[in-house]
Write a protein that binds this ligand. Structure first.
Ligand SMILES: NC(=O)CC[C@H](N)C(=O)O
Length: 355
């Protein structure tokens, strides 16, 4: 059945529907990973976005139960050049959760358009006609609200003495929780609306601010009051969490020309000179010149465009990275950052206990 990817400016790319037709508008983005479509589709940071896969064949190794990053596909749609039809799992999974898709699309041209124009919105339709209904607003809290947990959930660690990490959920990927559990921590996932006083009562040894969808500035109203807490407890930010820590402590964020999405983005750790291939999914970045050098050290930079990929506060126990050390999909080059966080929490705890 014919489908059309219709952009806000009226440009149309024809293809075929994947599953049942449903028209859901979103920001059209592209991801450059050759594998990992199951993880990408279920990464809550893609909520509100229509994901175009640059890799031409999707679905060829099927979906594997347990490999998803959340309970369901979260994006607003998928755009593919070719969907492997030999195994219908991906198609039925998307369809069951109401995620529309289009296949048979000239994805190379879609990517060129997004790369040139930046933030562009589109919708997969049954007719090649302009969309006259509303377009989603990236500053809306709708997506974070949809993907964040509604109640705290605790995951026990390997021992009763395990370090307690409170994971503030803006749309966290399951692999972040698993990396913390694997590192021996106990993890409590809390809604993003939890106020700092309630967080402090949970007596965390560390805070982790998660990844999540949308423009980080949509969350500015939630950041007041965070400063005092962040200064007291070792805090790590990942992706959206990284952007929020910068915003909470005097920095600023900006839109990247067309985002970094995929599992093959090179990042340099400036302190060691080490280069890592990282998993990424972001459209915004921390502005380097917004960080007061007396307070912040830029620890990581993107090799392709020089954008900020990691920061460390000089006076507070705060570190953050724009990329995804939990990988999934992608290489685990940066997994050691969780061990560093555990070390930081252990040391802080020893200071409290022994003075
Ligand atoms: N993966 C993320 O946390 C994405 C952060 C933010 N929504 C961005 O696009 O930049």
């Amino acid at each position: 059945m014919k489908a059309y990817l219709v952009f806000e400016d009226g440009e149309v790319f024809p293809g075929e529907w994947i599953g049942s037709p449903r028209e859901v508008p979103g920001e059209v983005v592209f991801t450059t990973g050759m594998t990992g479509y199951q993880e990408v589709v279920s990464d809550p940071s893609y909520a509100g976005q229509i994901v175009t896969f640059t890799y031409p064949l999707i679905g060829n190794y099927s979906t594997v139960p347990g490999e998803e990053e959340s309970d369901a596909p979260q994006c607003a749609g998928v755009v593919m050049s070719e969907l492997f039809e030999g195994d219908p799992h991906l198609k039925t999974w998307l369809d069951r959760h109401g995620v529309p898709g289009i296949t048979g699309v000239d994805t190379r041209s879609v990517v060129k358009k997004v790369r040139t124009q930046g933030a562009v919105r589109g919708v997969i339709r049954s007719v090649p006609e302009p969309w006259s209904a509303e377009w989603p607003d990236p500053l809306s809290l709708e997506w974070v609200h949809r993907v964040s947990v509604k109640e705290p959930v605790t995951y026990q660690g390997k021992s009763p003495e395990a370090l307690h990490v409170v994971l503030v959920d803006f749309g966290y990927k399951k692999s972040i929780r698993e990396a913390l559990l694997e590192a021996g921590c106990r993890v409590t996932v809390v809604p993003y609306t939890t106020d700092p006083a309630t967080l402090a009562e949970m007596k965390p040894d560390g805070l982790l601010l998660s990844n999540g969808p949308g423009d980080p500035k949509a969350l500015l109203p939630f950041l007041s009051g965070w400063q005092s807490l962040i200064g007291q407890i070792p805090t790590m930010g990942i992706c959206l969490g990284h952007q929020l820590l910068a915003l909470a402590l005097g920095g600023d964020t900006e839109r990247l020309p067309f985002g970094h999405r995929g599992s093959n983005h090179p990042v340099k750790e400036l302190t060691t000179g080490r280069v890592m291939i990282t998993s990424q999914n972001h459209g915004y970045a921390v502005k380097a010149d917004s960080l007061n050098p007396k307070e912040w050290q830029i620890t990581h930079k993107n090799i392709n465009d020089g954008s900020v990929e990691g920061i460390m506060h000089r006076n507070l126990p705060v570190t953050a990275v724009q990329f995804h050390p939990e990988a999934h999909p992608g290489p685990s080059d940066a997994a050691f950052l969780f061990e560093r966080f555990v070390k930081q929490m252990t040391e802080a705890k020893e200071v409290v206990m022994h003075g």
